[in-house]
Design a protein around this ligand. Structure first.
Ligand SMILES: C[S@@+](CC[C@H](N)C(=O)[O-])C[C@H]1O[C@@H](n2cnc3c(N)ncnc32)[C@H](O)[C@@H]1O
Length: 183
């Protein structure tokens, strides 16, 4: 399948699908950090939605959407409206199979409730980080390895210039499950 991984610089999901023989490309305004620039489109993903993809997995920015930032919402209405428009454009893209991923966010009230909420501890990581999935023509993701130890590590990361990038990186166990079950 021809698969677009939208808003992904880490290439975690892109590489998981490539490993299974798919023609996957990550797309991000940033250069990729995953080591495969030949599989990366560095551009605004809006320029690449109409290119005959079979599937898209999208990780849109959550800065103005996540409920963890709710205390800033009143002063960020315009940015939030644009962020929601961006998510809606991804959800409405003319691609047969779509998964949009985001933390617990205003997408649920402004667009629609997620189809599923997953956690890294369901996929072999000893961590908690509620992640919502909005799905089109894709089955719910089945847990692959349930962990008993569960810590909110991602929220305890020390400040640093790469903090936001590291916090938003897709977990390898989740990327593999997507490729295994949806590929
Ligand atoms: C929440 S992060 C997702 C990171 C992803 N989980 C990963 O492992 O690389 C959102 C990403 O969207 C990218 N982004 C923001 N606007 C974009 C656009 N218009 N087109 C493509 N990527 C965009 C950002 O640079 C950022 O890397």
């Amino acid at each position: 399948m021809k698969i677009l991984i939208a808003c992904e610089e880490s290439q975690e999901v892109c590489k998981a699908f490539r490993y299974r023989g798919h023609e996957a490309f990550s797309c991000d305004i940033l250069p990729c950090s995953g080591g495969h620039p030949e599989w990366h489109i560095q551009d605004d993903v809006m320029n690449h939605l109409f290119k005959g993809w079979d599937m898209m997995i999208a990780h849109p920015p959550c800065t103005y959407l996540a409920v963890s930032g709710a205390r800033w919402f009143d002063t960020r209405r315009y940015e939030q409206m644009n962020a929601l428009k961006f998510v809606k454009a991804l959800m409405d893209a003319p691609i047969p199979k779509i998964a949009v991923e985001n933390p617990i966010s205003v997408i649920s009230s402004a667009i629609r409730k997620p189809d599923q909420i997953i956690q890294p501890w369901m996929f072999g990581h000893e961590e908690t980080k509620a992640t919502c999935l909005w799905l089109k023509n894709l089955p719910l993701l089945k847990p692959t390895r349930i962990m008993q130890k569960r810590e909110p590590k991602v929220h305890m990361m020390p400040p640093g210039k790469d903090r936001a990038k590291l916090r938003s990186k897709t977990y390898r166990g989740i990327a593999r499950a997507m490729a295994q079950q949806w590929g």
